[in-house]
Design a binder for this molecule. Structure first.
Ligand SMILES: *Cc1c(COP(=O)(O)O)cnc(C)c1O
Length: 370
């Protein structure tokens, strides 16, 4: 392949320096793919039929996904202009960052968190400001508040945090937002909200409904709990002025009619959704507890994944999983994220994780203190 440096096109240096996007490994036929936090269940009842019925591919979709916006507005008790739909919530994240932050501006987020955050800031031309997680892999919101400068334009808070798992509490979030200047956007990324069982967790809809904070936008997605990752549809709820700004940066007509129909059909069967989500949450709790029993220092797990703080052993351990037919998501030098997948995968994950934990050096951060 030709290197960009071999041709005389002047790519922005910060873009040329970005590593190209690498997807979680595709799994072989007999392997479990636990690398992308996907839902192991088939689409909810009625969804395939709704997508199949929306077969007028010769037509452009409804640019504003009006029916889905109206439906979500009704669901959450807000006006339709407080809802914005995008081709995945990552698309909306990019829109919000582009709308608020440009060259010399700063975007603050916790680290380690979602891999897309640094990339979004750099593509917007802004400066990415990382604030390290606490030792128990939680957001350090007081430190994030202290990182705000007059150049800060957007702050991203991820609860539960991908890839480490802990939530931000409602009390922590309220105290944090009170410290954020009113002209700084706070994006609350709740991609895993449906899996949360901790009653103290922040709830974006509560924030929007009760706290009167027009600088907070809440992001949710149909990719994870609803199992529509392949169709690309997510949404934001927040002040119409902020969402208008996001819409102004959006690539028009990105949300397909099929995605809109699938989302609508999924909202029709929320009981079935809730049942599946509770199966995954129960499986997650069981997996996390067993990993802790085996000696792993697994942080609070409130998404559909668990985190092994494997540190320098990360890549070697990921290979051990790989060899056993379990595809995980390693973050070199840091840890391994394992999605909660099929029931049959749980035993296998446990067996491999338990077999290596005692090989970790004494005092390793991955080992649970006895
Ligand atoms: C998966 C994920 C998203 C949403 O992805 P989309 O498929 O684009 O909706 C957003 N934020 C985080 C932290 C995620 O893990």
């Amino acid at each position: 392949m030709t290197e960009a440096s071999d041709i005389p096109i002047r790519v922005r240096p910060e873009i040329a320096a970005l590593p190209p996007y690498k997807q979680g490994k595709q799994a072989g036929a007999d392997a479990f793919k636990l690398s992308s936090n996907e839902n192991p269940f088939d689409p909810l009842p009625g969804v395939v039929e709704a997508v199949t019925a929306a077969a007028s591919f010769n037509r452009y979709p409804d640019a504003s996904a009006g029916r889905l916006r109206a439906r979500l507005a009704e669901r959450f008790g807000v006006t339709a202009d407080s809802v914005h739909v995008g081709s995945g919530s990552v698309a909306i994240l990019a829109q919000l960052v582009q709308a608020t932050a440009g060259p010399a501006d700063e975007v603050i987020y916790a680290w380690r968190s979602f891999e897309a955050y640094p990339w979004l800031a750099v593509v917007a031309g802004a400066t990415a400001v990382h604030v390290p997680l606490t030792p128990d892999a939680r957001h350090d919101l007081p430190a994030m508040a202290r990182a705000i400068t007059e150049r800060t334009r957007a702050i991203i808070v991820c609860s539960p945090n991908n890839p480490t798992g802990p939530i931000v509490t409602q009390a922590e979030f309220d105290a944090f937002v009170a410290d954020v200047p009113a002209d700084v956007l706070v994006i609350l990324d709740e991609a895993y909200a449906e899996f949360v069982t901790d009653p103290d967790a922040v709830d974006g809809m509560y924030v929007l409904g009760n706290a009167g904070r027009p600088n907070v936008v809440v992001l949710r997605t149909f990719s994870k709990a609803f199992g529509l990752a392949g169709l690309r549809v997510g949404y934001a709820i927040g002040h119409p002025r902020l969402l208008d700004a996001a819409r102004s940066t959006a690539i028009p007509l990105s949300v397909t009619a099929q995605a809109e129909e699938a989302a609508l059909a999924s909202l029709d069967v929320e009981d079935a959704l809730r049942e599946r989500v509770s199966v995954i949450a129960e499986r997650r709790d069981r997996l996390a507890a067993s990993l802790r029993d085996a000696g792993w220092a697994v942080p609070q797990a409130q998404g559909n994944f668990v985190w092994l703080p494997a540190g320098h052993e990360t890549m070697a351990l990921a290979e051990a999983f790989d060899a056993a037919g379990i595809i995980v998501r390693p973050f070199a030098g840091d840890g391994i994220r394992i999605s909660v997948g099929e029931e049959e995968s749980v035993e296998k994950v446990l067996r491999i994780a338990a077999s290596v934990v005692n090989d970790l050096p004494e005092g390793h951060s991955g080992r649970r203190l006895a």
